[in-house]
Design a protein around this ligand. Structure first.
Ligand code: SD4
Length: 321
């Protein structure tokens, strides 16, 4: 009998699912598959929130975060705040394969990539520059500073508001931010019984320069143990990364929970404490090819599945939040 294989990822990024699944049926490993899938999204600039040319920070720069983890010994490579190199997932894989480290950050991650022959290319696009300029025109609102007062100059510098200590200046409406941040997170099982996860994002619009997403943090954006299964998260990373949701979901499955239940319980750990301001989702898959997802703070969350047990093409499944 043929071995089961699957590729599952956040959002309706089906070109990524297809690229990953193609890799699997050609005999590629699960690690090959998640890198192929996430790289496809980087090339496609999925939703403008993966790859170059999106989510400018306060200074107008686009930076990339990505992670890959393999399910045997949780061998991991990640980059945070990668600048001037577009292939974030491939650089993350290089960290896994060519270093004893787990995460490289910023300009140093760029230098590492360049030393391996990755090309230096701008990460800004006309679109990202427009987003940034419109934001500056709007007096740099919204922004991620809290309990701070702005100088008379636009966009800071900001100084601590020690006298008033007002409520946070973040006034994001759910509507506006609901789909403003669509990381790809992918889980794959290959024909050799091995699993891997990968994530790739350019983070949030208008973030304070230097901000890390959850996506590149092991256990937060993704986690996999192929004796159990894997999980990937998407959404408001500043909140999500406080809860290690991907790690928790895998551990809940280890304890006997179904992927669906594990997704719900893991996300619930966050939403009970952040019922109003949070939006996010998690996709969970077991090594046996059961999968599920949970979401919060949006109407519906679509995710994409390609599974060797089904004759159909890649399917988009929507869960109600
Ligand atoms: C972040 N978690 O930068 C990422 C964005 C994201 O779906 O996932 N969006 O916080």
């Amino acid at each position: 009998t043929e071995k089961m294989m699957f590729a599952i990822n956040t959002w309706p990024f089906t070109s990524a699912t297809d690229a990953a699944f193609q890799t699997l049926i050609q005999g590629g490993s699960s690690l090959d598959a998640v890198v192929a899938g996430c790289s496809q999204c980087e090339t496609d600039q999925c939703d403008g929130t993966v790859g170059w040319g999106g989510s400018p920070d306060e200074d107008g720069h686009t930076t990339l975060d990505a992670l890959v983890m393999e399910g045997g010994r949780q061998d991991t490579g990640a980059v945070i705040q990668l600048k001037s190199v577009r292939e974030a997932s491939k650089v993350a894989r290089a960290v896994l394969e060519h270093t004893y480290h787990t995460i490289l950050v910023g300009e140093n991650a760029t230098n590492f990539a360049l030393s391996l022959g990755f090309e230096r290319k701008p990460l800004s696009s006309e679109r990202s520059i427009k987003i940034w300029e419109a934001w500056k025109e709007g007096n740099c609102q919204p922004n991620y500073w809290k309990n701070m007062v702005n100088s008379t100059k636009k966009c800071g510098p900001y100084t601590p508001d020690v006298i008033h200590n007002t409520s946070p200046s973040r006034k994001f409406t759910k509507k506006r931010y609901r789909f403003d941040h669509d990381t790809i997170g992918m889980i794959a099982l290959d024909g050799y019984g091995k699993m891997a996860v990968g994530t790739s994002t350019n983070g949030k619009n208008h973030k304070i320069s230097g901000r890390s997403s959850d996506s590149a943090i092991p256990g937060c954006g993704g986690f996999v143990d192929e004796t159990v299964g894997g999980a990937v998260a998407t959404g408001d990373g500043d909140i999500m990364m406080r809860f290690s949701p991907a790690f928790l979901a895998v551990e809940l499955m280890r304890g006997g929970m179904s992927p669906q239940k594990a997704a719900e319980v893991s996300l619930n750990r966050i939403t009970t404490k952040y019922p109003n301001s949070f939006s996010g989702a998690i996709v969970v898959a077991s090594k046996d090819g059961e999968y599920g997802a949970a979401c919060y703070g949006m109407d519906k969350f679509p995710y994409s599945v390609r599974d060797s047990r089904e004759s159909s093409q890649t399917r988009v499944i929507e869960v109600e939040c």
